[in-house]
Design a protein around this ligand. Structure first.
Ligand SMILES: [Ca+2]
Ligand SMILES: [Ca+2]
Length: 84
């Protein structure tokens, strides 16, 4: 386990820090702030992280996260994906 700097988050209950990070990442990806990540928002976010990704890989990745296949990623889906 890597050394962690002591921050105020260390004093919160387990899982809280993870949830805060998930929320932060979700907020960054959800460009228009409507609490749903569309495929376009997902590709824009991933292009920043990994410019080498192909369109097929975007689609596969998005389908993996969108577990109920309604075409958008909710925060719960996003968080479950980060934890997997
Ligand atoms: Ca959105
Ligand atoms: Ca969904």
């Amino acid at each position: 386990m890597p050394h962690k700097d002591r921050t105020t988050l260390d004093y919160l209950r387990p899982g809280t820090e993870e949830r805060v990070k998930a929320r932060e990442n979700f907020r960054l990806t959800d460009a228009d702030g409507n609490q749903q990540i569309t495929f376009a928002e997902f590709t824009a976010f991933m292009a920043d992280l990994d410019p080498e990704m192909t369109a097929d890989e975007y689609r596969i990745g998005f389908d993996e996260i969108d577990t109920d296949h309604d075409g958008v990623v909710s925060f719960e889906e996003f968080r479950a994906w980060l934890q997997s």
